[in-house]
Design a protein around this ligand. Structure first.
Ligand code: NDP
Length: 400
């Protein structure tokens, strides 16, 4: 039994909050705190009569350490689950340090003015978290998140050494719009319009955006084009998987998405450099976000499935071995259960699980850790229990 402070009340947070409420044996009380308190109140209104979890709400600006500290001191949570945006990671970590409360997030810190996904800022907190006796669990979504847990599980149970990892993220969902992003548009477009990169033989190999394309036949979805992207878990897995030679990340995109994105890029709408518009500074990408469909509104109209997982190649007992671990998730089933599409669902469920394991002491160790640094077994069991069952394939088709 414990208390969680959940910061943010968007697509991912909504799922995590539904899941905490389903899991009231663990989450006796939650505080939903975000910039727009009305969203927190609306969710409380929807859920309070369905759960034994006591729900509180508050307004907070997560850019303000003082506001966060005051809220934490008032509510006294056992864990803070950060489901706001990557820009707020460091202020929330600072507030956790000041109040000595555990911290969990799903995306690494990113400065607003440069689209750079790196762990260095958060890893710099390692000694301070250790000295304070509190734990920070970084990246407890699906990717990063479950992909790291899958890696730790493969290493623990199936390999002596993993040499190659291909992370495949397929969204076979169709929302019927010509162009929309299925999580925060600003973060999503920053991610996909950046240069691609992968890890090989101890260093990064950089590619142009969408330069490397492959086709893959996904269980539950079918054949899809996928493109190599930089993705944040590559950085930590490269350090935490001994003997690793190459890690790549591929994500599927439909032709309509890519054509629209190219056009928006060509006209400057995806830029994060502020411009002067009618005497006011605006960031084109933030303006674009304001005119695109809200990802939270995609739930009712998205049909199809996601398939996200990792193909591992390495050695077991001196022999070559291949192993594919993945989850298939249906957009409409998620919507029926929690009112969200599968992208929010596949992130919100692991966020709840990570917060639970840190809160109840299963995964608590002082310091700052990426998810693959913990024992994967309790997380793998929880995935099966809380709506993201995984599948194994011992003879998968490989990506060339
Ligand atoms: P949304 O934009 O839907 O939600 C973000 C929430 O944070 C909103 O409620 C927003 O408030 C709130 N917020 C933003 N700034 C502040 C602030 N300064 N103070 C308080 N609250 C604030 O995003 P998503 O739910 O799609 O994504 C949430 C996080 O999950 C992101 O960090 C994203 O990168 C991560 N993610 C991780 C994935 C993974 O697999 N690891 C996959 C998908 C997402 P308001 O309602 O007022 O706008």
């Amino acid at each position: 039994m414990g208390k969680a402070l959940i910061i943010g009340c968007g697509g991912v947070a909504s799922v995590a909050i539904h899941k905490c409420c389903q899991n009231s044996e663990q989450f006796s009380e939650i505080m939903i705190a975000s910039r727009t308190k009305e969203k927190c109140d609306a969710l409380k209104e929807k859920l309070q009569s369905t759960t034994k979890t006591k729900i509180h709400t508050a307004k907070v600006d997560a850019n303000s350490v003082d506001e966060l500290v005051a809220l934490i001191e008032k509510f006294k949570p056992d864990v803070v689950l950060n489901l706001a945006l990557p820009y707020q990671d460091l202020t929330i970590m600072d507030a956790c340090l000041k109040t000595k409360v555990h911290y969990v997030d799903t995306a690494n810190y990113e400065p607003e003015d440069t689209a750079k996904f790196e762990y260095k800022w958060q890893w710099a907190y390692r000694d301070r978290f250790k000295d304070a006796g509190i734990c920070a669990l970084l990246g407890s979504g699906f990717d990063p998140g479950v992909t790291g847990v899958f890696t730790a599980y493969a290493l623990k149970h199936h390999f002596d050494e993993i040499n190659y990892i291909d992370i495949l993220d397929c969204n076979g969902g169709d929302h019927g719009y010509p162009f929309a992003t299925n999580f925060n548009p600003e973060i999503n477009i920053r991610e996909v319009s950046a240069n691609g990169s992968y890890w090989e033989d101890g260093h990064w190999v950089e590619t142009k955006p969408m330069e490397i394309k492959r086709e893959y036949d996904f269980d539950g979805v079918g054949k899809k084009d996928m493109y190599l992207l930089h993705h944040e878990e590559i950085e930590s897995l490269a350090l935490n998987v001994p003997g690793i030679k190459r890690i790549r990340f591929f994500m599927t995109f439909g032709q309509s998405y890519l054509t629209h994105l190219k056009c928006l890029e060509n006209v400057g709408m995806t830029s994060i450099k502020p411009i002067l518009f009618e005497g006011k500074e605006i960031v084109p990408l933030q303006f674009l976000k304001a005119v695109l469909p809200d990802p939270a509104s995609l739930g009712p109209r998205t049909v199809g499935k996601t398939n996200i997982g990792c193909i591992f190649r390495g050695k077991k007992d001196g022999k070559d071995k291949t192993y594919y671990l993945y989850n298939v998730c249906d957009h409409q089933e998620c919507y029926k259960e929690v009112g969200s599409q599968a992208i929010s669902y596949t992130t919100g469920v692991p966020a709840m699980i990570g917060a639970m394991l840190v809160m109840n002491g299963t995964w608590t160790k002082p310091g700052v850790y990426n998810i693959e640094e913990f024992d994967p077994d309790p997380f793998m069991d929880a995935l099966n229990k809380w709506g993201l069952p995984w599948k194994e394939d011992f003879d998968p088709v490989l990506v060339d």
